[in-house]
Write a protein that binds this ligand. Structure first.
Ligand code: ADP
Ligand code: ADP
Length: 225
């Protein structure tokens, strides 16, 4: 299933910056793992390496038991959501969410069922005909998540997805996202610099500093609550 194994992972960027050093982490199927730490500690680098967006020269990553070091991003069965969700402005919400399935050449009826299922889960049922410009920031972020989950990937990767939202909406979206993750049971890796976010959302937390894994455990263990 959607386990993620990270063994001895390191990263030195061209130019010589060391972003990661000897990272070891096993992420269980269905777990909500948060990478937390100050800016520049290597969180995004680790996530991008899982996604296949950075090459792996040191160590190994496996997804669902298969080593993916040399597997290209679109064959990794992961979906990534960024801070700046790039929706297609000329397409409706329905078509934005449907797009990955259309690319896979799925049948119309299957696409319709899966888009409607994702929309229901994210509370977008009433908005399927709208264009992105007619949506609020939170609604747009939900569409971006819909587009990510509609393929039912083995892993869901999120990089500071809520940081462009105002504080109130951010709190609401945290709760929603946790619910969606639990409902889907999809293995999730979530990057944030926000400790409160890490604590309220993660089932497990990896605290990073200067490219090193400093501490790892449940929120209770890491933050002593
Ligand atoms: P975080 O997500 O925790 O803010 P990053 O993984 O983005 O940290 O960055 C870790 C380190 O690697 C930082 O020193 C950053 O400046 C550097 N870095 C990130 N991306 C690149 C890149 N494409 N080229 C060179 N250095 C990079
Ligand atoms: P048909 O081929 O019978 O016309 P499709 O299901 O292929 O219908 O949908 C055609 C287009 O209609 C889609 O690309 C989408 O833009 C829109 N659409 C389909 N179902 C919905 C829905 N539940 N809500 C909003 N738009 C929809």
């Amino acid at each position: 299933m959607g386990t993620i194994g990270i063994r001895g992972l390191g990263k030195v960027y061209p130019g010589g910056t060391r972003a990661l050093r000897d990272l070891d982490l096993e992420i269980a199927d269905g777990e909500f793992m948060v990478f937390v730490g100050p800016s520049g500690c290597g969180k995004t680098t680790a996530l991008r390496m899982i996604a296949g967006l950075e090459t792996i020269e040191e160590g190994e990553i496996s997804i669902g038991g298969t080593v993916v070091n040399r597997v290209e991003p679109r064959k990794r069965d992961v979906a990534m959501v960024f801070q700046n969700y790039a929706l297609y402005p000329h397409m409706s919400v329905y078509d934005n969410i449907a797009f990955p399935l259309q690319c896979e050449g799925r049948r119309k009826q299957e696409i319709k069922e899966r888009v409607e299922e994702a929309a229901r889960l994210l509370g977008l049922d009433e908005l399927l005909k709208r264009k992105p410009r007619a949506l609020s920031g939170g609604q747009r972020q939900r569409v971006a998540m819909g587009r990510a989950i509609v393929r039912k990937p083995q892993a869901f990767l999120l990089d500071e997805p809520l940081s462009n939202l105002d504080a109130k909406l951010r709190m609401q979206m945290r709760a929603e996202l946790s619910t969606v993750q639990r409902t889907l049971g999809v293995t999730t890796v979530y990057v944030t610099h926000d400790q409160v976010e890490a604590m309220t959302m993660g089932t497990r937390i990896a605290v990073m500093r200067d490219g090193l894994l400093q501490q790892e455990g449940t929120p209770e263990l890491v933050y002593g609550r």
